[in-house]
Design a protein around this ligand. Sequence first.
Ligand code: ZN
Length: 168
Amino acid sequence: MTYLKKMLTNSIKILFGDVRSSIVSIIVLSALGSGSIFLSVKKLWRETLAAIQSPTPLWVTIALVLALLVYIYLKTRTRPQNPPELKPKYHTIDEIKWEYFFNDDNSFHVNETPLCAKHNLPMFKCDAGYDCHERPVDHCNSLFPTKDYQNLYNKALSHIYRKINFPE
Ligand SMILES: [Zn+2]
């Protein structure tokens, strides 16, 4: 941004060697500096067209074109980007796989639903505890009683914490 400002200021200085340049600079730089764009492209474009077609002094036309370019530049740059996709990471303890995510502040949170490590499937809660859908067809050792859940979850939390903060 600073570079653009400098470049624009310089080109404005080259284009206009008189007092008008400061007016143009104010228009362009106020659009740049405030960070908020108060002009709509449509309005600018209309005014640019009108300026081109009327006997308006050339510097007004150039100022408007510049402002339009700056507006488009800022619009393209400040267009809100899609939030970075949350990429899950995994930590497996015994047959249970825990999914975790990093937050913006680099802390993390662990998905409360465990996965069967063998089948890579979210486990479901039933009378027997947490189970894997595939287990009856293709045996796995993921099944655990509900009373163990909190312990396993806490264990996953501390393992992941250690993995992140004290990597081997
Ligand atoms: Zn399974």
